[in-house]
Design a protein around this ligand. Sequence first.
Ligand SMILES: [Zn+2]
Length: 219
Amino acid sequence: MEGKDLKTLIKNYMEYRKEYYEKNKELFAKLAEEGQKPKVFFITCSDSRVVPSIITKGDPGDLFVLRVIGNFVPPHESALEYSGVASAIEYAVSVLEVEHIIVCGHSQCGACKALYQDIPEDPEMMAIKKWLKVAEPVKEYVLKEIGNKTVDKEKLAELTEKTSIKFQIKNLMTYPGVKRRVENGELSIHGWYFNIRTGEIEYYDQERDTFIPLEQYKG
Ligand SMILES: [Zn+2]
């Protein structure tokens, strides 16, 4: 579905100034003066259909956000190769000292789908080709899980998207700051799965190794 054109977005911006900004003027002034102190670091896909502050009804100052294709988190050993992602992780965890990291994957994820496609050796696609390698172990794991069973495209997509969330959590734990603060009980990592069609979120229950509606989350 086509998104709004730039003209409309600029018109909306003017409405935002009149409405949202006017209503929250003090909040903005406080944030400007005192700086940010978000409790949550939200890592999600660049996909335009996943909008962190809308699905959490968050205000400015609530979420430190990293949006990157497929919400893939490269393991720390390759952190300097992917320093944009690694910097956001280090800043959120060791400087802002967030209390939670949410890795939010989603349905119909183009990046997860692309893991099963051949990306051509095209100078315009080189970064994508390399970036998808971060999630190569996800694909390998899923294909092994499936084995000889036949699964339809949708099932394969969902299995890949959900497995990827688990792998990205594991990769996050390879960052020294993340590991230290999780082990000290200062930081928790959560895996969320956002369903674009239904608007529902499921969270990953590590003990039961399964995804459960977020309404049932007990913390
Ligand atoms: Zn995606």
